[in-house]
Design a protein. Structure first.
Length: 339
């Protein structure tokens, strides 16, 4: 049945970068420390290309389409410490594409060449900086850049923020099928899948997978930047469009979505006390590195839901590790290590 549901996705152009399923590992020490539930880590930080992360699954289909349409240049939009920029650059150059990164930040935000930004430079991307207020508002810069490149003879594709296109969403519908199979092989039936939400593409793919493939779990999104109401509306629109493009039968309604915006902190990228604790706990108990922007806040949400009793000690929970650890090196060490 799953293969029938995914027939159109299976036929889409794809630039394959994943070597196989990412590990599903039990976090026994973390579970003991928190007094339950049983916690498993879906290690999408180990997707290999460009130091890994959830963007690889999206980019397989996005880059696949660019290549199928004869493109030679990919414009990627993100923040100064963008995981997408890093991984897009690594995958695109392997595929023979030129990469133009348009990176935005609020006025005064640091452009120190550390973390993801250092890696994007090392990988050879051509980088354009734009001061943005509000954040993620790039004005006409991206369209103007695309027009200039096309007038110079380049065949340009522009990737929306976060890669949250139907093609990008397809990667996490497939990841749902992968996770269902792994759970069956391990003899587990998780009640909850926890994932960080930024631009929303990963979450959209997972809730489409939930609607159409009927896993045992409900997907809970932990926002790292935007209010839950905004994300709920955006998810409804994006999943409805993706359902039609991907040939799926169902898309979620607003009442089906579980989005928590209590762990954002002051703003996107702000290291919260809860995220710092989560990063330290998972590093010291499991030897796994989280990042301050996405996975650290997502894990802080999981820990908060356990401590509040919303997730019970007898449940089984999967945490999707979206990667992003290079961003650790762009943060103040004393702040990260504070007790």
């Amino acid at each position: 049945m799953i293969s029938t549901q995914l027939a159109i996705i299976a036929s889409m152009p794809r630039y394959r970068a994943l070597a196989g399923p990412t590990p599903l590992e039990e976090a026994k020490a973390l579970s003991r420390h928190l007094g339950g539930p049983r916690i498993l880590l879906k290690r999408d930080d180990l997707t290999a290309v460009g130091l890994g992360g959830n963007k690889v699954r999206k980019l397989e289909f996005i880059i696949g389409r660019v290549l199928a349409e004869g493109g030679d240049t990919l414009i990627v939009i993100g923040g100064y410490q963008s995981n997408l920029a890093r991984i897009s650059t690594a995958m695109a150059i392997r595929a023979g594409l030129k990469v133009e990164l348009v990176l935005g930040g609020v006025p005064g935000e640091s452009r120190d060449v550390t973390g993801n930004l250092l890696l994007s430079h090392l990988l050879g991307a051509n980088i354009h900086y734009v001061e943005t207020e509000p954040r993620w508002e790039f004005g006409s810069y991206v369209d103007d850049l695309a027009a200039r490149l096309e007038s110079a003879g380049r065949k340009v594709a522009v990737m929306p923020l976060g890669g949250a296109t139907p093609e990008g969403i397809a990667g996490y519908v497939l990841a749902t099928a992968e996770l269902i199979q792994q759970c069956e092989e391990q003899g587990i039936a998780p009640s909850r899948l926890i994932v960080s939400i930024g631009s929303g593409g990963t979450y959209c793919g997972l809730v489409l997978g939930e609607c159409n493939l009927s896993p045992s779990y409900k997907v809970t999104g932990i926002s790292v930047s935007r209010p839950a109401d905004y994300l709920r509306d955006a998810t409804i629109a994006a999943t409805a469009a993706a359902r039609d493009v991907l040939g799926l039968s169902h898309a979620p309604t607003a009442g089906m979505l579980d989005i928590n915006d209590a762990y954002i902190g002051d703003h996107y990228g702000a290291l919260t006390d809860q995220a710092r604790e989560a990063i330290q706990l998972v590093a010291r108990l499991e030897g796994v590195l989280l990042d301050p922007v996405y996975s650290g806040k997502g894990m802080s949400g999981l820990i908060g839901l356990i401590r509040s009793g919303e997730i019970g000690p007898d449940e089984t929970v999967v945490f999707l590790h979206t990667g992003g650890s290079p961003a650790l090196f762009a943060y103040d060490a004393a702040r990260l290590l504070a007790s």
